[in-house]
Design a protein around this ligand. Sequence first.
Ligand SMILES: [Zn+2]
Length: 436
Amino acid sequence: MTKNIWNPHFETMPREEMRTVQSERLRDVVERVYYNVPYYRERMQSLGMGPENISSVDDIHKLPFTTKQDLRDNYPFGLFAVPMSEIIRVHASSGTTGKPTVVGYTRHDIGLWSEVMARTLTSAGAGKSDFIQIAYGYGLFTGGLGVHYGGEKIGASVIPISGGNTKRQLQLMKDFGSTVLACTPSYASYLAEAIEESGFDRDEFKLRVGVFGAEPWTENMRREIEKRLKIKAIDIYGLSEIIGPGVSFECEHQCGLHINEDHFIPEIIDPDTLEVLPEGELGELVFTTVTKEGLPIIRYRTRDLTRLNFETCACGRTLVRMNKCTGRSDDMLIIRGVNLFPSQIESVLLEMDETTPHYLLVVDRVNNLDTLQLQVEVEDRFYQDKISELQALRMKIQHQIESATGLSVTVKLVEPKTIERSEGKAKRVIDNRKMI
Ligand SMILES: [Zn+2]
C-alpha cells in the first residue's frame, strides 16, 4: 500500500485526522499573520474578526482573500511574516507593471518545499537509483530549484542542466542514462521531436518517466508525449505564491492531482460571488498555506479553474485530488510556462512614443512550442519612413517586450487603424493553441 509513497503518515491519513491537523495549523497561521503582518491584521480588523474567530478549518471562509495584486501592492517584502534575517531565499515572477511578485523562504520553508517535492517525485516512481534531468529553468523562477531539492531529498542523482540547449540535453540524457525528465510539457514534446531527428536510437536512452508542469496541458498532449518519448508522463502543479512546484501531484493512476493538504488547504469558490462551492463543483481554486513561515498566504486566489475529489485514490492516498486545470478565471496567458498578462505588453507600448496602444497578441503552438506574435500599430508619421527605420523600430519593440516579460516575441508592424476596434472589452488575444 505504501508503494511510491514518501510520507505515508500524512499522505494516507484518515480524513477526520487530516481535518484536525488542518484546524490546528490554520489556527496557528492565522495568529502568525495577525500579529506579524500588518496588512492581514488590518484586513481582518476591517472584517470585524481576529484569530479568536478561527477554531477549525470550517471557519476558513471567514478569512479575507489574497490576490496577486495584494502581493504587488506590498512589493517587495511587505507580506513577509518574519524578519529578513530569517529569510534564506527569495524567488520572483514577472508582473504586469514591471514589478515582479516576490516570495521568500525561511530554512524551515526550504525543508517543507523539499518534503512536498520528495512526495511528488516518489509518487512519479522516482527513487535513489534514478537520474533526474532537470530541464526547468533555474533562477528566480521556482521550477528548477524546487525539483532540485526534492530530487536530492529522495537521494536521486540530480542533473541541474536547466532549460534550453536541446542538443546537450539529448547528449547528457543518453550518456548519463537519465531516467526521469522534469520540464514543461511543451519542452518535453520538443525534446521528443529532437530525439527523433537526432539520429539517436530511442533504445540508447534510459528515460522512464517525465514530471511535467508549469503550464496547462491536455490529455491529448500527455498521450502524444508518452507515445513519442516512450515514458509515463506525470502532471505536477504549483505556483510560487504558494511554494513553487510541489503543491499537488499525480500518482501512477493519473486520475487527478493529490494536494499536499496538510500544508496547503484548498477551497473552490465561485469567482464572481466569492462563495465557497459545494464539494465536486467546478470553480476557482484557492489555497491557504498553513505551515509556511516566510510568506504565509491566506486564501490565495489562483485564478485556476478546477474541482476537488475527496474519495480515497486507488494508490491508497487520502489526499484530496484536483482535476487537471481546465482554464483560468482571468485573462492571464501561460506561454512556455511563463505568465503573461496582455497589460504587460500594453504598458511597454505605452512607454514608447512610436507606437499606439492598439495591438493584438497571437498565440500559437508550432512544433509543440508556444509562439507569440505581436501585431502593433505604429504612428502614422513612422509609417512614412524608410523600411530600414521600420525594421529598427520593430527590433526595438521586440527587445523592450523581451526584457519586460522574459518571453521572445515576433513583432509585426501594421498600418494605423488596421486592428479591429471594439466598443466593449477589446480583443487583445487570439489564442490558437488547441486545449481540448
Ligand atoms: Zn492516487
